[in-house]
Design a protein around this ligand. Structure first.
Ligand code: PXP
Length: 252
């Protein structure tokens, strides 16, 4: 399936993990992440992103094939670099696999993957995934050494962790935010020079998405928590459509 929607120079991957988080709080079937994925598709999402965590706090194993069967969009599966997750990715063969760091006690993915420190292991880890045709992505901080290491291990994509930028923006710390933005711009430019496709995500909302959507090398944003929260007030379709509008405005 083509990754690029020709009408959309900047793709939006909608992360529906938190629909599953809500469902899991009661242990029943509602709200159904498959229904959320279908609505996201209807609202113009370019892809669906899912994080199958080791502790299964978001989606559960059965959600992955159910969502893959239901939607006609590329699936981006976020996983930790463990044997169990590699096996699952090789069985289901999602369009893209994004490697993320994972600690059980963290509330969300705090910080990027340390590719520099794990070059040999990650090179071996991603080889079979790449062989099955998956686009393999590294979720990294905007750090040039991490970008270079991602290219070295044979990843095709990096996803820049924009969490620090989002936090500084929320705090109104303009100096720190702008320093972080410069790092994001520099990392994106270096990644493209090295032949890597550039994505970004984590913590994006209507107030902070503009400057990230304006980074010219970025071709995909993955956004979850804010959209699912906003859906409580305006509905998922309206939240996604507004995000797309803000992304397009920033891109013009
Ligand atoms: N990209 C990656 C790699 C993630 O792990 C996550 C979730 O932590 C996101 C994007 C989406 O972040 P958020 O839910 O804050 O929008």
């Amino acid at each position: 399936m083509a990754l690029t929607n020709p009408d959309s120079p900047l793709r939006l991957g909608v992360n529906i993990d938190h629909v599953a988080t809500l469902r899991n709080a009661r242990g029943g079937a509602d709200p159904d992440p498959v229904r959320a994925a279908l609505l996201a598709q209807k609202a113009g999402a370019d892809g669906i992103t899912l994080h199958l965590r080791e502790d299964r706090r978001h989606i559960l194993d059965a959600d992955l094939p159910a969502i893959m069967a239901a939607v006609n969009l590329p699936i981006n599966l976020e996983i930790a670099a463990t044997e169990e997750m590699q096996r699952i990715a090789l069985v289901h063969r999602p369009h893209a696999v994004c490697l993320v760091p994972e600690r059980r006690e963290e509330r969300t993915t705090e910080g990027g993957l340390d590719v520099v420190r794990d070059v040999a292991r990650l090179t071996d880890f991603i080889a079979p995934l790449t062989e099955t045709g998956a686009r393999v992505s590294m979720f990294i901080a905007p750090d040039e050494a991490q970008v270079e290491a991602s290219a070295k291990i044979g990843a095709q994509v990096i996803e820049l962790h924009v969490g620090a930028y989002c936090e500084y923006s929320a705090e109104g710390n303009e100096e720190a935010r702008d320093t972080e933005l410069r790092r994001l711009f520099a990392s994106a430019a270096l990644a493209q020079e090295l032949g890597l496709e550039v994505h970004a995500g984590h913590g994006l909302n209507f107030a902070n998405v503009g400057p990230i959507a304006a980074i010219p090398e970025v071709v995909e944003l993955n956004i979850g928590h804010f959209l699912i929260g906003e859906a409580v007030f305006v509905g998922l379709e309206a939240a996604i459509r507004e995000m797309r509008r803000q992304m397009s405005l920033a891109r013009m």
